[in-house]
Design a protein around this ligand. Structure first.
Ligand SMILES: Nc1ncnc2c1ncn2[C@@H]1O[C@H](COP(=O)(O)OP(=O)(O)OP(=O)(O)O)[C@@H](O)[C@H]1O
Ligand SMILES: O=c1ccn([C@@H]2O[C@H](COP(=O)(O)O)[C@@H](O)[C@H]2O)c(=O)[nH]1
Length: 259
């Protein structure tokens, strides 16, 4: 069947995504048409009714996903230790998202032999500073392309307004933001406890203080930006894991119902 390309979106690394109206399928292909990785996935007709223009969900399909929700988690006041990772694990169980933690991806890259960015990542994490966005977005994008899913849960990213704008422009728009709101003293306690066994170079009092400062100065404005777009759901998270999750679940049920 002949396919009509209705929309194309540029990705990083010379890739573009196209939506084919006739087959209602998305494909990712190299901009120069060289024979590189091409990923395709059919979109369920019920989910692809808007073929007139770049439906926000169509943009979600850039990374060979079908059509569904894409959730970004940003941090709370002082953010680290608010319990994002813990809640993400529960969301994955119930909703089948692919969970991508920017911090985990950076730590993995730091350990990868011969990584050109390993040393820099180590230095930034130890100082509680934000790693240059080209590195983080590159890792996230690669992980999204590798994971053939229609739901991504991005944990701990974007950390800065410029990262939010770049990711939205070059990769994909967020459907919804879960903002875990937790006072610093609670997070400090949780992180120090975690530090007893985590082996993380940044789970110590000195680095935690720096991470809190980075969060307030650089990351919190991201929450405010998404709030102006009406995408933020704020979840107080001083209670136990299950109590917090009891607030998360209905939010996601509602978001997914709308998609
Ligand atoms: N609601 C909760 N009540 C008590 N402890 C919690 C709760 N949620 C998470 N924890 C614990 O707090 C610590 C930090 O949680 P978690 O790793 O999920 O936070 P995070 O926000 O992902 O942190 P980071 O950004 O530093 O990776 C963990 O040891 C976790 O077991
Ligand atoms: O987008 C990101 C995410 C993380 N970092 C760096 O990693 C550490 C740890 O992140 P967690 O989310 O707490 O696991 C963070 O303090 C930053 O140094 C980053 O630079 N960019």
């Amino acid at each position: 069947m002949q396919r009509t390309v209705t929309d194309s979106f540029k990705l990083f690394q010379g890739l573009k995504v196209s939506f084919h109206r006739s087959t209602r399928a998305f494909s990712v292909s190299p901009i120069n048409n060289h024979e590189v990785k091409v990923k395709r996935q059919k979109v369920k007709p019920s989910q692809a009714q808007n073929t007139k223009g770049p439906h926000p969900l169509a943009i979600l399909a850039v990374l060979s996903v079908g059509v569904s929700a894409y959730v970004t988690l940003v941090k709370s006041r002082g953010g680290p230790g608010s319990g994002k990772g813990t809640q993400c694990a529960k969301i994955v169980q119930d909703f089948g998202f692919i969970h991508l933690s920017a911090g985990d991806l950076l730590r993995k890259e730091q350990e990868r032999p011969n990584s050109p960015d390993g040393e820099l990542i180590t230095k930034y994490i130890k100082e509680g500073k934000i790693v240059p966005m080209e590195i983080t977005i590159g890792l996230l994008e690669k992980a999204m392309i590798e994971n053939d899913s229609n739901r991504f849960l991005i944990d701990g990213f974007p950390r800065q307004l410029d990262q939010a704008h770049a990711f939205e422009k070059e990769v994909v728009e967020a459907t919804c933001i879960l903002f875990f709101d937790c006072p610093e003293e609670v997070m400090l306690k949780r992180l120090l406890k975690r530090g007893e066994t985590s082996g993380r170079s940044d789970d110590n009092r000195e680095t935690i203080k720096k991470r809190f400062k980075t969060f307030i100065e650089s990351s919190y404005p991201v929450v405010e930006y998404y709030r102006t777009l009406g995408k933020v759901h704020t979840i107080p998270c001083t209670e136990g894991v299950d109590e917090v999750y009891a607030k998360v679940k209905p939010i996601l049920n509602e978001v997914l119902k709308q998609k």
